[in-house]
Design a protein around this ligand. Structure first.
Ligand code: NAD
Length: 255
């Protein structure tokens, strides 16, 4: 399996969920992987599972110094950077309706989900240019393009920002051989949504809107990230890359 042979990929949030599944898959496809997570021990566990072609790095993506250091670490470890997957994100239980979400929760979510992606791009792009080009994958969400009556205002706003920012990066760097795509998953069974989905009523409230009638698995999102990371997607840039079980295509879902 060599779809990512000779590529170095940095994946944030690599200690859990979509990020972890992507680290394992990218490594199986021949990439050297830098696993970044706020919880360093989880990044180390993912890297251990991969073996010699992975390195772990503890970083808070919302902190400028950490973002700079993680990219420097990738270049120092493996000599170059070809792919950055800005995947780390949070979903806060107190992130709710616009009328009762505190400014502090807003700041926290925007700092990680939006500023974190900005900083990842800011420091990765010069490294990608040094490597002759590369692929940026920024995790947004289907909520970047659809409203929900079960609100999470800061999360939704952060993902809308990621989508718009990614388009602009794609256009600005198109002639420099850098592609940038926003990966927009539907709901995925990962620790991020574990609490929400453990409540049968809240689970059903969401399930009813998914034509496929099930949530995604992290590996299904990782497969899409793999395509965007590889040269198979060489003419794909600036997209809203939906992997959502047809949620955004639906008006009425099947019984
Ligand atoms: P997860 O909670 O399983 O994993 C997220 C990882 O990010 C964790 O390991 C966490 O420690 C890390 N992280 C959190 N804050 C960080 C920070 N400041 N710096 C570095 N690492 C940090 O979540 P997941 O479901 O795998 O989500 C990954 C991405 O996918 C997120 O951006 C999320 O918003 C997005 N997403 C998830 C779903 C879903 O339903 N699970 C749907 C759409 C989009």
């Amino acid at each position: 399996m060599t779809r990512l042979a000779n590529k170095v990929a940095l994946i944030t949030g690599g200690g859990s969920g979509i990020g972890k599944a992507s680290c394992l898959l990218f490594a199986r496809e021949g990439a050297k992987v830098v696993v970044v997570d706020l919880k360093k021990e989880t990044a180390e566990a993912t890297a251990r599972e991969i073996g010699g072609n992975a390195r772990a790095f503890g970083a808070d993506v919302s902190k400028e110094k950490d973002a700079e250091a993680m990219v420097a670490f990738a270049e120092k470890s493996f000599g170059r950077l070809d792919v950055i997957f800005n995947n780390a994100g949070v979903f806060h239980p107190k992130d709710d309706s616009v009328t009762n979400t505190s400014g502090d929760i807003w700041d926290l979510v925007i700092d990680i989900n939006l500023k974190g992606v900005f900083l990842g791009c800011k420091y990765a792009i010069p490294a990608l240019l040094r490597a002759g080009g590369g692929s940026i994958i920024n995790t947004a969400s289907f909520v970047a393009i659809m409203g929900a009556a079960a609100p999470q205002i800061a999360y939704t706003a952060s993902k809308g920002g990621v989508l718009a920012m990614t388009r602009e990066i794609a256009v600005e760097f198109a002639k420099k051989n850098i592609r940038a795509n926003a990966l927009c998953p539907g709901p995925v069974e990962t620790p991020l949504l574990a609490e929400l989905l453990s409540d049968p009523a809240r689970r059903q409230r969401r399930l009813v809107h998914i034509p496929m009638g099930r949530f995604a698995k992290a590996e299904e999102i990782a497969n899409a990230a793999l395509f965007l990371a590889s040269d198979e997607s060489s003419y794909v840039s600036g997209t809203t890359f939906l992997v959502d079980g047809a949620i955004t295509a639906a008006y009425v879902t099947p019984e």
